[in-house]
Design a protein around this ligand. Sequence first.
Ligand code: APR
Length: 232
Amino acid sequence: MKNLVVLTGAGMSAESGISTFRDAGGLWERYPVEQVATPEGYAANPELVINFYNERRKQLLDVRPNRGHELLAGMEGSFNVTVITQNVDNLHERAGSSHVIHLHGELTKVTSSRHPNDPRYIRELRPDEYEVKMGDKAADGSQLRPFIVWFGEPVPMIETAIGFVRKADVFVIIGTSLNVYPAAGLLYYVPEGVPVYLIDPNEVSVASARKVTVIRKGASEGVAELKKMLSE
Ligand code: APR
């Protein structure tokens, strides 16, 4: 089977009712990114940051995967699918995708404030634990923090992601403005000659001379169209 590698962003989950970041009315318009998504913001006001992610985490209980997530999961019947996502929600997994690489962390997990990337301290929360409080401790005694990669922090999963991109036979980008690196740079590792598709209802500027087949649709309709194109 051919390797289908998909890079997804916030637009993948938009039709499930989760806000994107940079569209009008997006999350970064409502919450100052330097306060809620940087190590400096966390140091200045950990409670604000913990509450911000508590809200995001609780939203997972109210949303469902959309048709786009489901169709992608269904493509595992015809391709070796690797989903590389910038999203911190769990909708790809809930739709049935079995190989998901989270570049920016996962809302359902928490970790140590002192050693956020030490696997000994990363832990999956049960839904009844979704509300993290000040004073809740990781196994090393530090405050429990969201397992989220903030701006200015390393992206440990990028090397794993690059490894899969280098072996792609088809590469697909869905619902990302390609503003944030290193995720946006994954396109550079797609081998020459491999077809690249981009699904987004809005124009996305791709910083590469590479030929990209644009499907200017939302995620659900766009993935349906992609399936048709790949089976022709
Ligand atoms: N289907 C597909 N794409 C959509 C849809 C939809 N229904 N609605 C909007 N989009 C597109 C927008 O046109 C835009 O190109 O989704 C993209 C969302 O872009 P951003 O809000 O910038 O989100 P993303 O690219 O995922 O952001 C990257 O930035 O803030 C950080 O860590 C955060 O992972 C995030 C990263």
